[in-house]
Every structure is written in structure tokens, then in C-alpha cells.
Design a protein around this ligand. Sequence first.
Ligand code: ATP
Length: 230
Amino acid sequence: MSSVDEEDIHVPKDHPRAESIRIRERLIEGFKEGFVVVAGLIAHGRGEAFDYILGEKTHKFAKIAEEAAVAALLLAINPVISVNGNTAALVPHEIVQLSKLLNAKLEINLFYRTKEREEAIKKVLEKAGAEKVLGVGDSASATIPELSHSRRKVDPEGVFIADCVMVPLEDGDRTIALRKLGKQVIAIDLNPLSRTAQEASITIVNNITRAIPEMIQITQNIIKLSANAG
Ligand code: ATP
């Protein structure tokens, strides 16, 4: 769970949009804590609209993409999961758990990068159990070409050397730049028409709040199967 206490959210259980409102509350809390930006709230609105149209459920095409993504991350030599403010607000514990299961590094990558936001997201991830968080402060010292100043910064231990990068809720420019560097890019994006969704190697069209828990389950199943097989 995020830092929001369920008790504090006065959403009636039988409200038809209860889950959607709870998700909004987590982002509002992240905004108040200073690590979700206004643009993040607006970007969530775009995702939410697609989720509404798609029936707020995991479709078969999303499940298949999640399985492919888990396989790609397990097969990668240097897998990295990129984390932004919305991801930290919505699935902090889940993203940390998935990174541990996949042996993937966690790296903070922000469209609107400030030292305060980096530190706040690092704290959220650490509180959720992360042992190491890349991309904070001076450690984001490498650059990827063709991007404007703060968005090109990456960690030399993380995205810079990664062969497979999962970029939940990413923007199109970074996805294209990472692909041009020959990296496999996994996107989680409810908008199948976005440049990110169109340009990624594997696109999961699902809400991140469903996709990450499902990927945890898929990974645990694969680990169990390979333990039984060998
Ligand atoms: P692009 O640059 O790729 O064309 P964009 O301009 O829409 O896309 P952003 O404004 O960065 O990019 O928006 C982030 C994307 O994240 C949106 O396409 C939105 O559909 C998606 N999104 C927002 N919230 C969620 C969520 N909870 N789960 C999955 N996707 C989401």
C-alpha cells in the first residue's frame, strides 16, 4: 500500500467508482507529499479515461503482454524498472516486490526532475522495502542522446547499461530514444495510441494497478515451475 491510510479515504464501499476514486486519492496524497506533479495528475486522467472505455479489467491481450514482459525481464542480463512519481504513488510495494523477484534494478526517471522529488520517491521506495534505488542526484550522471536536458539523465549502473527496461507511464520521446540505443522497452500504458505504446518492444495496455500485481503472480508461477522442473 501507499502511504495513504485506507481509513482516511471516505469512499463508500458500495460506490460504483470506489476503486477508481481510491486510486485518485493515492495520487492526490503523492501530490501533497511533493513527488507527484500536476502534469502527473492530468496524465492519470488520460489513462483513467481509457481504463473506463476498456471496462476497467485486464483483457486477454494485456495478460499475454504481461507474460511476454516477465519472460523478457527474466531473460535479460541487465533488467531495469524505471519509476516515476505516479508509479511510486500507485504501486510502491508491488514495484519493489516485482523488482526483487525479477532481480531487476529500480531507477528513478522523471520528466520533471528535481532533487526533492528524487529524494521523496527514493524514500517511498525504501519504505516499501527497496534496498537500492538508482537515478538519484549525482548518480544520474550518464546521458542518453536526443533528449532535452533533465530527461536525458540516466544512471550508469542502471538504464545506461540495461538491455531491457520497463517504463511504466512513460513519454514517447524517451521510449524512442531507448529503442534507438538497442534496448528492449516494455511499456505499461492504457492508451494504445500513444507513441510510447506504439514504439515499445512490448506494450501492456492495462492499468498499472492491475498489471504489476499480475506480473508478480506470473513471475512467482514461473519461478515455481522452474524449481519443480529442475
Ligand atoms: P506519448 O508521449 O507516449 O504519446 P502521452 O503524451 O500521452 O504519450 P504522458 O502524458 O506522459 O504521455 O502520459 C502518460 C501515459 O500514461 C498516458 O498515455 C496514459 O494513458 C497512461 N496512464 C496514465 N495513468 C495510467 C495508469 N494508471 N496505468 C496505465 N497507464 C496509465
